[in-house]
Write a protein of this length. Structure first.
Length: 285
């Protein structure tokens, strides 16, 4: 007789963790702090669940995810939209923390999302450095503002642009130093950079925000990133295929790299021109 399987959903709030267990229906809540997380880990180690599912909640989940992973428990962090759509599909329209935890446990049992390896400390540091490239968007906004700003503000805006340029240069130096310090990261980046059209920003985005690269099939990776066209058919209607969802940062970076690649990568250039000749739109692969 096979051992029973248990599935856990954890709804993460800043102050509290709501937990639901299937198929027993057990529910509990603990504080989202060190003692509460320790108690949760001890309880789940006793249960030995098949899978634990949490939502990505902007960072509040990482303490409990790290503790669960360190204890050897299988954890999957999923997109909140995915679990909300699942809850609606099962008829759960009301939304509370306890109900969300129950929906996450149900999703764990029915969908079985793959546990994602917890990034090591160096990967966390690199990801944090890469996220700071949001300074590029700030610089672009200031540059757009500069031309129409009153004369008395232009010097201040220009000073801010100069400061942003300096910070971005320092940030790039930090990224280079951290990557070059690790033979593994350096080898992976050099492999990606060997593809015409893949520059430093794209290579680092793929390294840090798509760690599954090389471990999953191209079809699953395309779905994961959100570049796999989704059908829009019903009856005799054949709708336009569109892409959506997935990891927006990866998708955006890949798009910009593709604009370069279709000009300078001979393989992609021929492929792109063939599709355009066949009548494909410019942004359809």
């Amino acid at each position: 007789m096979s051992a029973p399987q248990f599935f856990v959903g954890i709804d993460v709030a800043k102050a509290q963790l709501d937990i639901a267990l299937r198929p027993t229906g057990e529910r509990r809540a603990v504080a989202n702090d060190e003692p509460g997380i320790a108690a949760l880990v001890a309880r789940l180690q006793a249960v030995q669940p098949t899978l634990i599912v949490l939502e990505a909640t902007g960072g509040s989940q990482w303490a409990v995810v790290a503790a669960l992973a360190a204890a050897g428990l299988p954890v999957a962090v999923v997109n909140p939209r995915q679990t909300r759509d699942f809850a609606k599909a099962t008829g759960q329209l009301a939304k509370t923390d306890a109900l969300d935890a129950r929906a996450l446990a149900h999703c764990a049992e029915a969908v079985r999302p793959l546990p994602r390896p917890l990034p090591d400390a160096q990967a966390d540091e690199l990801r944090a450095l890469l996220a700071r490239r949001q300074l590029v968007a700030m610089r672009t906004a200031e540059q757009n503002r500069l031309g129409s700003a009153p004369r008395r503000l232009q010097a201040d805006i220009q000073a801010h642009i100069t400061w942003l340029n300096e910070r971005l240069a320092a940030l790039d130096d930090d990224l280079d130093t951290t990557l070059r310090a690790s033979p593994v990261w350096r080898e992976r980046e050099e492999l990606l950079r060997s593809v015409p059209g893949i520059g430093p920003v794209c290579a680092r985005t793929l390294l840090l925000d798509l760690p599954e690269l090389g471990a999953l099939s191209r079809q699953r990776l395309a779905t994961l990133v959100g570049v796999a066209p989704c059908n829009r058919d019903s009856g005799t209607l054949r709708g336009t295929r569109t892409v959506w969802g997935g990891r927006a940062q990866v998708r955006t970076t890949l798009y910009m790299s593709t604009l370069v690649a279709v000009r300078y990568n001979p393989v992609l250039k021929v492929f792109y021109e063939r599709l355009r000749t066949a009548g494909k739109a410019a942004k359809v692969g």
